[in-house]
Design a protein around this ligand. Sequence first.
Ligand SMILES: NC(=O)c1ccc[n+]([C@@H]2O[C@H](COP(=O)([O-])OP(=O)(O)OC[C@H]3O[C@@H](n4cnc5c(N)ncnc54)[C@H](OP(=O)(O)O)[C@@H]3O)[C@@H](O)[C@H]2O)c1
Length: 262
Amino acid sequence: MKVGFIGCGNLGSSLIKGILNAGALQAEEIVASDVSDEKLKELGKFGIETTTDNKKLVEHCDVIFIAVKPDIVESVLEETKEFSEGKLFVSVAAGVSTKFIEARTGARVIRVMPNICGLVGRMASCFSLGTRALREDGKLVEKLLAGMGTTFKVDEKLMNAVTGLSGSGPAYFYFIVQALQEAGVELGLSSEVALKLAAQTAKGAGEVILREGKTLEELIEMVCTPKGTTVEGLKVLEERKVADALRDAVKAAARRAKELSR
Ligand SMILES: NC(=O)c1ccc[n+]([C@@H]2O[C@H](COP(=O)([O-])OP(=O)(O)OC[C@H]3O[C@@H](n4cnc5c(N)ncnc54)[C@H](OP(=O)(O)O)[C@@H]3O)[C@@H](O)[C@H]2O)c1
């Protein structure tokens, strides 16, 4: 099986690296295409075939990930249409529906909302099957995504919610870690130590949620000694309505995904 990637920017390259790291595909099974020679040169170091010819890629691959910006998708579909029949297109483009792609190609289509954490095998993603996609197409994509983290099959109408939560989500955590780092520095820690403490705490807290099987209330309680330090910190978060802000952030991103939808 040959798997192609059209668009090797932030997301496309993280998918390729994530899939290789997970051992879900061998380098010789992957072909990458981009307009940028520099990005291709970087990926070529992993031993994968590279090209700037999207048509050739679609002609020679069985499964094609489309990882260009949403506004470029239509031109890529147009360009490669003659070779799309019988192929499986897996689009990661935010807001681009399976229907949009099906109407412009002869391909079977699966839509995925990944995030960039696939780079380190910790991706959270969801996927939806288009009307022509086969059960085994779903199984194949699920296997590739699951190798890079956690994936769920969802109804396509929920993709905007997924985009707002986990697609955009890494940026929310980077933003929070940045604030924690700044606080650490203001309290006298070096920038490097403060960053590592904050990032490791985010990582560890996430792993505990996923592994311990406790509710979030139980976990919060585990950290909060009565009259101790954490309750003082949480009091500030509550007073400043940080939970409301985070809920609104996810909804704003989901709303934007809906606005951009085609
Ligand atoms: N970034 C994320 O965290 C994230 C998360 C979920 C979903 N997504 C989705 O992933 C897709 C890619 O996002 P991104 O952040 O990776 O964007 P990006 O970094 O801009 O990557 C897109 C790549 O495609 C290249 N490209 C442009 N036109 C092309 C063409 N005709 N043929 C082949 N390659 C072409 C771009 O080159 P130039 O830069 O030279 O134009 C760039 O290298 C988007 O649709 C986005 O909605 C991204």
